[in-house]
Design a protein. Structure first.
Length: 711
């Protein structure tokens, strides 16, 4: 299947004409959905920004195990599949596609229960999660430099004061096996706990013909969370979260013939991540007129990414001819890293009776400090010869002050103004065993961002808002550049200004609910991932970041839900995006400048959509089916190859009781080949390293069975 006009027509038709007068009252409205990622909790309808909410029920109905499984149902969100799990995300075409070397510098924030995992989003299994919030557009006031494109915020279920427990198990194709469980309850009259664990395994869809194995791309993940909420005094609440993830995954995904699921490598790689994170939150209300919130967070992560760079084996290359002789080609790349992130945030906000400006304005002031340190080791082995191992150390200290005013104006207008000023001081140095000290950088810069938003209820059923937001992303440096690329030694801070108009609406006695946002984004000094292959030593690549002069984007996002009856509901999302460079040119491997001004950005499909429905009867019968897709997109800013458009179909059917449930589910039922990452370069010496298009594909069709039991 492909992204056909008929698919888009169905989504638009449902959006425009799903306004029946006979629908029954819905169980949940925009007013009752709570957004938790902002400074204060507020209803979805009163949140003046484009945000997608995927709640616990939808995650369950769609058989979501990992954030990987829910990406396709979020408008204008994409990812690059160069890792075992999605780690590099793009929102509205903004975001990284890889990080082979250099300092971590994310465009998309990734937060789980106040624990910052930006750039480490693999640890995103969604068992026992309350909801996923995707904020689209810069979030400069709230999250600063790591939220230029937006933010992914995952909130786990909270501890309960009554005992509840559950277990779940799933089995499926590709030797899938998942075992999960949670326990929640009271430790005392003032202390509640919640613990959840999940072990997930599967063989990774690939068959390695050369090694005779079907698990070289396997997934093996153990994740868990512990939360403790304590009411220490009448004025002091304490919230503690501990998260750990042991992702012991293989990485054997690339082939010379682009067949997708049959590999021939003799040295399969890995994509491992071990993270231990914690957050400690204090809420103190004992001061006169002021409340204090303090959040401490610490995360330590060991991760490794490696791959067989020749994508085959010595026996295969020996059958090929290179200058009249059997080819000798063996290449392996590996990077291991240790990352620690420590942060502290203090917020002061007014009590209800201590507003300013004639008791019309709530205020908030805060400070934020953080330190990120990473040590990494990069190895390359070519034809049995190991290049000099590169040891690198990076440290970044951030200090930010921020504030926000939320005012009630006349005629029900609401004004929100926020500002954040952030200073970053960083230090980088690397060295090799043979060559001694290499690159040394210690840049320092001050950045700022913020927002102005005006919102107003048009009537009881419709709210509107206008928002202008400024985001920023720190500049940086490139290591090990050859002389011809010396001009790219450093790159500048990127800024993004987002203009947005949004509407929150309900129709037909609140049975139809929609959120619609139109946006225009203006990016200055856009940071662009670039790469250049050495024509004399084709196994060598220079990967660096450059600044394009600017780019602009515009589009829309729509989320709509229609509760036909208490048993039957439909939903659809639709994203439209036109993201183009104003002026930019890249260099090919021969040093020629290739102008791609006015071309679409990489990993920025013009259309993204999802369309589905759920039926849940009083007799326990359950059925969910949904279709999602995206149009074609460029794989990179360093070549002109594109993906194919794609559509996938997923379904889940089952029987539910209050105590237990049994489900049969299927993902990608039409067995669509969905490209998630693509390269265009020379990797075959027998054809004189001629460049070719190579692609990686998402998971093929998979069927499974899930049993849930609660007690």
């Amino acid at each position: 299947m492909t992204f056909k006009k008929s698919s888009l027509a169905i989504a638009i038709t449902v959006t425009l004409f799903s306004l029946p007068s006979y629908a029954e009252t819905s169980e949940q409205s925009l007013e009752t959905i709570t957004v938790t990622s902002n400074f204060k909790k507020q209803s979805l309808a009163s949140t003046p920004t484009s945000i997608a909410i995927i709640d616990q029920q939808q995650l369950k109905d769609q058989s979501v195990q990992h954030f990987d499984n829910v990406l396709s149902s979020i408008a204008n969100v994409n990812f690059s599949g160069g890792t075992a799990r999605p780690k590099y995300l793009q929102i509205r075409g903004v975001g990284e596609r890889s990080e082979y070397q250099g300092a971590p510098n994310s465009s998309v924030g990734f937060i789980i229960d106040d624990i910052d995992l930006s750039g480490l989003g693999m640890a995103a299994n969604l068992y026992d999660v309350n909801q996923v919030e995707v904020l689209r557009g810069p979030q400069g006031t709230r999250f600063g430099a790591n939220a230029l494109a937006g933010l992914i915020y995952i909130q786990s279920n909270q501890p309960t004061d009554v005992s509840e427990h559950g277990v779940s198990t799933s089995f499926g194709d590709d030797q899938l096996m998942t075992l999960s469980g949670f326990s929640s309850g009271a430790l005392s009259s003032k202390v509640n706990y919640r613990v959840s664990l999940e072990q997930h395994q599967q063989n990774g869809y690939s068959d390695n013909i050369f090694l005779g194995r079907d698990d070289t791309n396997a997934i093996d993940e153990l994740t868990g969370k512990m939360k403790i909420n304590a009411q220490a005094t009448d004025d002091l609440s304490i919230y503690f979260t501990l998260l750990f993830a042991n992702m012991d995954n293989g990485f054997d995904a690339w082939t010379l013939d682009n067949n997708g699921y049959t590999t021939y490598s003799d040295e399969p790689g890995v994509d491992n991540q071990k993270s231990l994170g914690s957050s400690l939150k204090f809420e103190y209300t004992g001061f006169n007129g002021v409340d204090l919130t303090a959040i401490s967070s610490f995360t330590t992560t060991d991760h490794q990414n490696s791959y067989d760079g020749d994508w085959s084996n010595a026996e295969y290359w020996a059958t090929k001819s290179c200058d009249g002789e059997p080819c000798v080609y063996d290449y392996f790349w590996s990077k291991t890293a240790e990352r620690d992130v420590l942060s502290q945030e203090f917020r002061f906000n007014n009590k209800a009776g201590n507003k300013i400006f004639n008791q019309r304005t709530d205020w908030l002031l805060g400070v934020y400090i953080s330190r990120l340190e990473e040590d990494n080791i990069t190895d390359e082995i070519y034809n049995g010869w190991a290049s000099d191992t590169l040891f690198a150390h990076y440290k970044a200290d951030n200090f930010a002050v921020f504030g926000q005013l939320d005012s009630q104006l006349s005629n029900q207008y609401q004004l929100s103004v926020g500002l954040r000023v952030e200073k970053r001081e960083s230090d980088y140095k690397d060295h090799t065993i043979a060559g001694g000290i290499g690159d040394v950088f210690n840049p320092s810069e001050t950045m700022w961002g913020g927002h102005i938003a005006v919102s107003k209820p048009i009537n009881d059923n419709h709210n509107a808002y206008v928002r202008i937001a400024r985001g920023y992303k720190a500049g940086g440096f490139n290591m090990g550049l050859p002389t011809q690329l010396a001009q790219f030694k450093e790159f500048d801070t990127e800024t993004l200004i987002n203009y947005e108009l949004g509407f929150d609406s309900s129709f037909a006695d609140n049975s139809v609910r929609s959120r619609l946002a139109f946006f225009y984004m203006d990016r200055k000094d856009q940071q662009v991932n670039a790469s250049q292959q050495n024509p004399e030593k084709p196994q060598q690549f220079t990967i660096y970041t450059a600044n394009a002069t600017s780019s602009s984007s515009y589009g829309m996002e729509m989320d709509l839900t229609w509760d036909v009856t208490n048993s039957l509901s439909f939903y659809t999302t639709l994203g439209y995006l036109r993201a183009k460079y104003d002026t930019y040119a890249y260099f090919d491997k021969y040093g020629s400048s290739i102008d791609i001004s006015d071309r679409e950005l990489a990993h920025a499909p013009k259309f993204t959509y999802s369309l589905g429905g759920t039926y849940r009867s009083d007799f326990g019968i359950f059925f969910n089916a949904y279709m999602s897709g995206k149009s074609s997109f460029y794989f990179s800013d360093s070549h002109s190859e594109k993906s194919e458009s794609s559509d996938t179909v997923n379904a889940r059917i089952g029987y539910e009781t209050q105590a237990w449930s049994l489900y049969l589910w299927g993902r990608n039922l039409t067995d669509e080949k969905v490209a998630t990452r693509g390269f265009y370069f020379g990797n075959e010496p027998d054809i004189d390293w001629a460049p070719k298009k190579y692609q990686r594909f998402a998971a093929p069709r998979q069927l499974g069975l899930t049993f849930d039991y609660r007690f």
